[in-house]
Design a protein around this ligand. Structure first.
Ligand code: SF4
Length: 335
């Protein structure tokens, strides 16, 4: 039996039962794909359900405000996904219908090759293969390919191989099968080769190269950054501000940082503020953030840079924050 047929049989027995797999609504499928881009299914499912409840159709989502969408997204991270989702919903409403082909889908904000292939095959039955981390791993191991997956040549090779394997009568099942197989059976560490239906013909298994495949040519370098936040509490009010454009946390809210207060020449917090927590670690793709948090109750309301507001402390939870800020606000609550 060949690779694709075995995979489809495996999927029939082991495929995950997920709510967005019970519909052919492209909006529901698109939403699931965007949420699951950098999120595990266990966590993503409740967000998918929340979005479908708040905004059951793409027109409903297009009518929401960016702040509402960011708030509903809070806790998932990689907030550009939420902003792009909202922009793409408006693009779809403007064009009058949901794009149906891989090519058309790629014109939507935040929809790249992988997501377009997933929606086109699952919602519209287009014969186009998905290639993501799971697919790279399964193909690299099964076919014993050591070409680095992060090179132009490697990407082309894997894309062509994936496309050559997809059975034209079952593109949706096949794509979902290989994604599930990578997530459940051929996992990044400790794959379940002993129960794998492909093990007899898997090259990595035969040659004991599983741990070295797939190959990456370069590692992402992470820069360490130290941040100092100050929770200023004055007569039931707390200072916050919204991050501006061109920023990974664009549109989200945060407490003032030491540099904001320093920028207006106010260093008085340093003499009176209490340290709440130190070196709270938050890892992003290219940076490791280490954040300190201080608590300051000044006698007089201090001046703030112009884009800050004073919010009643009790309504702070109404704003959307990046994950790091959520952790720091929890620490304040506990303190
Ligand atoms: S035998 Fe192991 S490495 Fe090969 S496809 Fe199966 S799970 Fe992956």
């Amino acid at each position: 039996m060949n690779f694709s047929t075995t995979l489809l049989q495996w999927f029939a027995k082991n495929g995950r039962s997920l709510p967005w797999r019970e519909t052919s609504d492209p909006y529901a499928i698109w939403l699931s794909e965007i949420i699951l881009q950098q999120t595990r299914i266990v966590q993503g499912q409740s967000y998918w359900e929340r979005f479908m409840k708040l905004w059951p159709t793409v027109s409903d989502l297009a009518r929401a405000t960016t702040d509402e969408v960011l708030k509903a997204w809070q806790g998932l991270g990689y907030y550009s996904r939420a902003r792009n989702l909202h922009t793409a919903a408006m693009q779809i409403v403007e064009r009058g219908e949901f794009p149906k082909t891989h090519k058309e889908l790629k014109t939507l904000k935040g929809v790249g090759d992988y997501t377009a292939a997933a929606i086109a095959s699952i919602a519209f039955g287009e014969n186009v293969a998905v290639v993501d981390g799971n697919v790279y791993r399964v193909l690299a191991r099964y076919f014993g390919i050591d070409t680095p997956i992060d090179t132009t040549g490697g990407k082309k090779l894997f894309q062509e191989l994936a496309q050559s394997l997809i059975p034209s009568d079952q593109p949706a099942n096949y794509n979902q099968a290989i994604m599930d197989f990578g997530a459940i059976q051929c996992t990044p560490t400790s794959p379940h080769c002993d129960t794998c239906p492909l093990c007899e013909t898997c090259i990595a298994f035969r040659e004991q190269h599983i741990d070295s495949l797939p190959v990456k040519s370069k590692k992402v370098k992470q820069r360490v950054r130290h941040l100092t936040y100050i929770f200023i509490q004055h007569q039931g009010l707390t200072a916050i501000h919204q991050r501006g454009a061109g920023d990974i946390w664009q549109g989200l809210w945060e407490l003032p940082q030491a540099e904001h207060l320093d920028s207006i020449g106010d260093g008085t917090w340093k003499e009176h503020a209490q340290l709440v927590c130190k070196d709270v670690k938050h890892v992003l793709t290219h940076q490791i953030l280490l954040a300190d948090l201080y608590y300051w109750t000044p006698q007089n309301q201090p001046p703030l840079p112009k884009d800050f507001i004073w919010s009643p402390t009790e309504t702070l939870e109404d704003y959307a924050y990046p994950r790091l800020m959520e952790i720091l606000l929890q620490a304040i609550k506990k303190d």
